[in-house]
Design a protein. Sequence first.
Length: 649
Amino acid sequence: MRLSKRKAHLRKAGFKKGTASPKKGKTVAFPTVAGNKYVRLEKKAFERRVHTSNNVLTFKDTDGTDTTVSALRPRPNAFNVVDEYSGCGDESLHSDLYTNKLMIQAKVQALFNSAFKKHRHDKPNCEGDLNFDAANSVRWGVGWRERLKCTKCSYMSDYHNLYEEVENKKGPGRRAAKVNIGLQLGLCTTPISNTGVRRIFNYANIIAPNLAAMQRLSKKVNEKIQRVNIRDMHEQRVTLVKENAMIGQKNAQTVNVEGDSCYNNPMFNSDSTPFQAGSIATTTFCENNTKNKKIIGVHIANKLCKIGDRLRNKGNNVVCPNHKGHCSANMSESDPIDDEGRWSEIVARNISNEVQITGYTGDGDSRSHAGVSKASEHTILHFKDIRHLENLLKRAVYAANFSSNMFKGSSNANLKNRFALSIKQRCIAELKMAHKFYNGDLNKIKQSMPKVADAIVACFGGYCGEPCKASSLVCCGNYRQAKNYMPVTVKLRMTEGDKVLLLKCMDIMLSPIALDKTKLLTSTQKCEAVNRSYQAVNPKMITNPRNFAGRIHGQVLKLNNGYAVSVLIKTKSLGATLTKGSSVIRQIRKTDAISKKPNNDVIQKRKITRYAARQRRYHLHERLHYNKGLTDTLHGMKGVGQLQDHNYV
């Protein structure tokens, strides 16, 4: 065989057969670098430890210097527990057959009964079992569309929906599953997002729905909830007007309202934007004509828009809320979020078709009062919140420049704070008792308050006696004042200047002007409680720019109608009605009853108050109708003083 030119050249230039190597018998020494080591880390460890210094991969010591170890290319990651669970355990059955799935039992019964009959009819001699065809299951959110297949023959049943579909289907496409809509309705009443509920499903070994599909459905559900609550608040206002007419009000449309706003502004985000940290403001109006104080108006000001942010990041000149497509923002990013006057004006105009505001109670923000007045064509009475006034009184007393000898001791600041708290509680107790004693007659209350203020000053100055008995409505002059947080051993040394200064501070609540502003004893406590309940569905650390309004309106619907009624209203409006007479109905009724039941602290306080009142009545009855030795025969025992109580002689 002829050799190629390359091989022939190699035979001539290379070693000849039998020729010894020139290195034979010699020791080969390789150069070494002292102190250098080479390591190959796993890929995940390599990525979190390696640094680049002068285009060289190095490792850093704790002092920031480079170590002497040189980095080689990383090794593959080790086999972990996730890789262990990724493999199939039982080869005979599909892995999904061991997961949990939500199915309606009646639908499963119908599937098996029809499949058994048809399999027996088509394959009478087959002895195989019918199992779920898990490899070909069709997922529809949380619901499933399943079929059965035989383990021995080729029989396969028809697909059956193991979930219920909504009744009022509109538009093309498949009908939505009730369980998917119910899941989104439930998520709207909690701070849990779609991502959070997917994690819950994974922990419970449940195959979670697709995240994008859940988000699309949640948008539709929240938009529907918003429309349902707007209609419900309209019905609440109409019902209120009807009740006003039935009880004989001069003008059935007149109502007293209280209003307040809350903001979605996490404090940790205040230094990361040139604008205000708050991005969403919610303004709530509650009526004060009834004890329930129903919510009759809500407005949500939103700066957030994900679509606008995405378009701006792509270089498009987009301004919210006027860009094309859907925009969840209804105000500009540069607008002030804390403009309570603007939001209050919007709410007042929205409810003006059904009711007429005659009195508005705010938390001291003059802008909200101005907004309500601007939206009305008639004069509106502006009332002050008694809770904010009493806190203002407490701060004024604490900041007052009393004489240096008034508070003695090392804990001067603590005594002054306790004194301010005691004055606040005493003034609010006197005011409420005056309204109760004089049956709301403002003229009589105004006439009595100067004497009450003087009695309070005398009482805390150490002269609790005749002034309290004559003028006070809550202190009977026995040095046992209610809501007195001052230590018993501490005596205040009040000068005439201190007394004048204290009277001036108490004018915040007891002056004629303050009495006019608080003549109905209204507050914004209902609105503030509603604001706290908003945090249950929209925490400040979580932003829901698209579904924020729906979650707020869903919470308002629950607060106005109760838990059970709101659940049934929401599910019925979306075509996902609950099963009548089921255990689910019993559960929501029980939950609603528990939520309306007073808590243990209130019950215990009522028991203690009732026991104390009963003991006082027993003691008073004993003093009036019982005397010692009433039926005993009196004997002449002069000079025997020790036997006067018990005459047994």
